[in-house]
Write a protein that binds this ligand. Structure first.
Ligand code: ZN
Length: 164
């Protein structure tokens, strides 16, 4: 086991390492490789499918929320300036901006969640942090152009806008 000043290595996989922050217990997933935008980081699939969301699931349709396989992908945290994206059409985790070895993988939670199980106050620290993180259905309209959303979420956003 490797322990640094503020974090401990929990587990290591081919493409990533799980670290735990020793000050707050939070886990994070860090890349062991380098990726350019558009590159596929990992394929994923459904370990199980649930009718309601939890903080670990990814939404793939109105009533289907999947637990991720490989399971370590569930340690990818939210950021308002994400470097990865769960494409729930191709079932691939895709790079959004350059990733270097050691970088934490992050994704934008609302990109794949219509209604969030547990809205939270973001502390991602990015310059464009949006603060309160909710599902895509609750996001201010201006933010809908800043981020990439799954095809499923995008179709719901388009349908909602047509009703306005
Ligand atoms: Zn943020």
């Amino acid at each position: 086991m490797i322990t640094e000043a503020r974090r401990t290595l929990i587990s290591r996989y081919t493409i990533a390492e799980v670290w735990q922050d020793t000050s707050n217990g939070h886990h994070s997933l860090h890349s062991t490789g380098a990726y350019q935008p558009g590159e596929v980081i990992s394929a994923f699939t459904a370990a199980s499918i649930w009718a309601t969301p939890s903080y670990l699931t990814v939404q793939i349709s109105n009533d289907k929320h999947i637990m991720l396989a490989p399971q370590f992908l569930e340690y990818i945290n939210h950021s308002c300036d994400p470097n990865a994206f769960f494409d729930t059409t191709s079932f691939q985790l895709v790079c959004l901006k350059p990733i270097f070895p050691g970088d934490q993988f992050t994704f934008f939670y609302p990109s794949a969640e219509w209604n969030m199980a547990q809205p939270f106050a973001c502390r991602c620290g990015s310059a464009n942090c949006i603060g309160e993180i909710t599902g895509a259905s609750q996001l201010p309209e201006a933010l809908l152009y800043r981020y990439r959303f799954t095809d499923f979420i995008r179709s719901k956003l388009d349908a909602a806008q047509q009703q306005d």
